[in-house]
Write a protein that binds this ligand. Structure first.
Ligand code: C2E
Ligand code: MG
Ligand code: MG
Length: 581
């Protein structure tokens, strides 16, 4: 905090105020000092007649200022060599006997951050008018400090904000040619916490994160919180040392944060950019480090990612998406489309529909979910977004039933990050209750990536979901590791063959064999099979020959807005017979 007072408006204001006070007071020396528990730092001095004091630091314990900050208002000492508080101090030996007056600079929360003081050679004594002048200077400076802190720091957390980083960066560039690195530390789970449990807890959560970070950062580092879920660190070192620091940061978060009542494991992703390799100005440097952090997660490059100049373009787009995503839910920019799935032996027999997320853009284009879902996973935004998709799909499905349409199974995609970050079974239960939808009309599509981790937590949650009556489908089967063992362990009711296999099965006999084997295997385990991405009659016929159960693809229908789905594919229930005898 001393840094802020020493290098900004507070320092300039101190100089101005001393010049003003100098016109009114009799004095030999007039000065402003700021302090922490260890150091007293004299930041502005005016001397008259002789130089008694100069700008510089002294141990706090050995100063008059320490006694001033322990005083409620103004401390007046007529002779420092006689007074019990000052006579034994070594400064008194150095300065010789003087008359002294000092007033603490006190913030509105009672914190003492510095002092305004004057000294005069004896014989002399400071009077009430002098005390009033010193008091008003101290009062004015406390207001300047208050303002500076509000601009540059998060008061609750004792960390800086972005404008301060920028100032320090400029100072470092001005004062030396050394390398500077910036680390952007992305804490996806912060958003998770906010999404789940209300804003007020975010502070508690970040205070803990701040403590851990401060525990591993070198002394020269400047830590700032730059966003809800993001910290930024500026260090006057090159890339190599910055990488080491980043690795320590990742290591310090390996143990769970005890976040009552749940322990939460934070997985920070750190992006690093350095001057001069990555950029020359602060904005670019920060942007590139942030982009590197996103790339780290999206492309699974690991928790620490260095910015590489050639990644600039794709990183820029990812960053833009990440920024806009965080507002898009609030602004109700998303909607759902529905893609029908049909029984293979009857093209008019609708068996289910998949809810697919859509994000229309102001210019009439769409950003593909294949592009923005991974970004949302990186930022943790997938948690509130995924919840919205589930709520909206269930709400729409229940509304269709109330309107008299035949009930329809609707499937919703759940990303692995989303599944692992919340209690999915509890969340489904809550949403089904809120929307009054019978669980048998909901299916979730999960990917192999989730199952391959083979965790007890996943198995347990899937069991609870199955017991609730919700259908579990494996999406994109064949795309990942396709371990047969997990089909037996996790017992999904539906397997969806990945569209790449469907697209290639008629050209490539090996793919055909794999599709045939997968269908057989799933049937033998009592599962139904859906083929995705069916685009041609020939594919349909081949899948029918292999006894696939259902098909989904452009051949029958593209994903449609809810109104079109309703008009084109939903069927009204037969009216109840009223012929009661
Ligand atoms: P997915 O779950 O495998 O969804 C099927 C994708 O294939 C959809 O792309 C669909 O529009 C597309 N598709 C359907 N029929 C055909 C066809 O005949 N030919 C071709 N070439 N494509 C077809 P979309 O909507 O772009 O979604 C892409 C992926 O994004 C989805 O793959 C899913 O993994 C993810 N996604 C979409 N919505 C959500 C969501 O709400 N939550 C999550 N976590 N992921 C979602
Ligand atoms: Mg899907
Ligand atoms: Mg799929």
């Amino acid at each position: 905090m001393l840094q802020i007072l020493k290098s900004g408006r507070f320092n300039e204001a101190s100089e101005d105020m001393l010049n003003l006070a100098a016109k009114i007071l009799s004095y030999n020396t007039l000065f402003v000092a700021v302090h922490d528990q260890l150091t007293n730092d004299i930041i502005q001095v005016t001397n008259r007649d002789e130089t008694i004091i100069t700008v510089g630091q002294l141990p706090f314990i050995d100063t008059y200022c320490r006694h001033v900050t322990a005083t409620e208002e103004v401390l007046v000492i007529d002779d420092t060599s006689e007074h019990p508080l000052t006579r034994a101090l070594s400064v008194t030996q150095t300065l010789g006997p003087t008359a002294f007056i000092g007033c603490p600079i006190t913030l509105s929360n009672g914190e003492r951050i510095g002092t305004v003081c004057a000294l005069n050679r004896l014989p002399f004594s400071f009077n009430d008018e002098d005390a009033e002048v010193i008091k008003s200077v101290a009062h004015f400076l406390s207001q300047v400090a208050e303002f500076e802190f509000s601009v540059y720091t998060e008061r609750t957390m004792g960390v800086f904000r972005r404008p301060y980083l920028e100032r320090i960066f400029t100072r470092w560039v001005e004062t030396g040619p050394g390398p500077i690195s910036v680390l952007v530390i992305h804490m996806g789970s912060g958003q998770l916490v906010r999404g789940l449990r209300g804003l007020s807890l975010t502070d508690e959560f970040f205070i803990e994160a701040t403590k851990r970070l401060q525990g591993v950062l070198p002394k020269s580092a400047v830590l700032a919180r730059t966003n809800d879920t993001e910290f930024t660190v500026l260090i006057p070192t090159g890339t190599e040392k910055a990488v080491k620091t980043a690795e320590e940061i990742v290591a310090t978060f390996r143990s769970p944060v005890q976040f009552s009542p749940y322990p939460v494991i934070l997985r920070p992703y750190v992006g690093i950019a350095s001057v001069p390799e990555s950029a020359h100005n602060f904005r670019d440097l920060l942007g590139r480090a942030a982009a590197a952090a996103y790339l780290g997660l999206r492309e699974l490059k690991g928790a620490v990612t260095l910015h590489r100049p050639e990644e600039k373009k794709s990183a820029g787009r990812i960053l833009k998406i990440a920024q806009r995503l965080s507002k898009a839910l609030e602004n109700q920019e998303f909607c759902l489309h529905f893609q029908p799935k049909f029984a293979i032996d009857d093209r008019r027999s609708l068996v289910s529909a998949e809810a697919l997320l859509r994000w229309p853009q102001p210019d009439g284009t769409w950003i593909s979910p294949a592009e923005f879902i991974p970004v949302a996973e990186t930022t943790g935004f997938i948690i509130p977004l995924g919840r919205w998709v589930l709520e909206e799909a269930c709400r729409q499905n229940a509304a269709w039933q109330r309107m008299g349409y035949r009930p329809l199974l609707i499937s919703v995609n759940i990303s692995p990050r989303q599944f692992e970050s919340v209690d999915m079974a509890d969340m489904l239960q809550e949403i089904l209750e809120n929307t009054q939808l019978d669980p048998k009309w909901l299916s979730i599509e999960i990917t192999e990536g989730l199952l391959i981790r083979n965790s007890d937590m996943v198995a347990d949650t899937l069991n609870r979901i199955r017991e609730m009556g919700v259908t579990i489908a494996i999406d994109d089967f064949g795309k990942g590791f396709s371990s047969l063992a997990y089909l037996a362990r996790f017992e999904p009711q539906v397997v969806k063959i990945d569209q790449e296999y469907v697209a290639s099965m008629l050209q490539n006999p090996k793919y055909f064999t794999i599709v045939a084997a997968a269908i057989n295997l799933a049937h033998n385990l009592g599962m139904r099979v859906v083929a995705e991405g069916v685009e041609t009659e020939a594919q349909w016929a081949a899948l029918e020959g292999l006894h696939c159960d259902a098909v989904q693809g452009y051949l029958m229908a593209r994903p449609l807005p809810a109104e079109n789905m309703q008009e084109q594919f939903l069927v009204k229930r037969a009216p109840l017979s009223l012929n009661v005898r």
